[in-house]
Design a protein. Sequence first.
Length: 324
Amino acid sequence: MIASTRRALLGTGATLALAAPAALAFPERPLRIISGFNPGGANDIVSRALAQPLTTALGQPVVVENRAGAGGGVGALAAARAAPDGHTMFMGIVDTHAINPLTYRNLPYDPVRDFAPVSRVATIPFAVVAGPSRPEIKDFAGLVAAAKRAPGALSFGSWGVGSTAHLAFARIAREAGAELLHVPFTGQAPAMQAVAASQVDVMAVPAGGAEAMARDGRTRILAVISPERLELLPAVPTLRELGVDLVIGLWQALYAPARTPAAVVARLNAAAHEAMRAPSFAVAMRTQAAKPEPSTPEELAALQQAEREAYGAVVRALNITLEG
């Protein structure tokens, strides 16, 4: 028995000795972060801001690849089907990993089964903006009053049916007792451009994009949907200050394909945390009114599940069902 145990331990030691160099050799070639959204949107901005210091942390080039469509689902599917060796990552958001499973009838990927959580990266708060089509709407109270005077006459944009932007404004309207018409677009950047071009009246927009549009006079910011006022927009009140008890953020998080070795996931987690400490990343996040939010894989998995539960009631109330 002792001899057998000794042989088993020696065999295990040999296996570990063989496995260790493979883990230490990672990465062996350039890596990519897949973004499920168009260039210029919040997800793309965060992905590119992280890729630069991540290149330094991993010692290999990290590039961003945009695969837009289906609320981020096109990119998510591409990442889920990638080789589980750590060289492909996905910058997921609440849409891809918590909301899409609730809204798509035949979602071609499973956010839990097909992905290995790596780390949370940042949460970008939303702001409510009004475009030039309604110059009389100067504040949030004016928006609510106008919507109540003519139910369904005002429109709000989003980057897709069932997207965070759609559900965020639907929740705002419900809490405020107002009715607005939803107009979906094919991405965050096109939707924001539509508000500025008077194609829709209002929208819930990531705060960094809202600040940029308001700075050049294209839109007006009516409120922020954050726990407290933002350093980027100190003069803009929160919805809570205005009587609507809502806090909604667009979290961004790094995932690897399922079955990626645990040692590789740990290496990616450590490298991502190192990248998030880079001054360039902090500066990029400040332009989005966000802060670096490193986490363990387990904390990210718990966040994903909690958000899925939170948005379930909203999706059911709106009766949203999409084909995968």
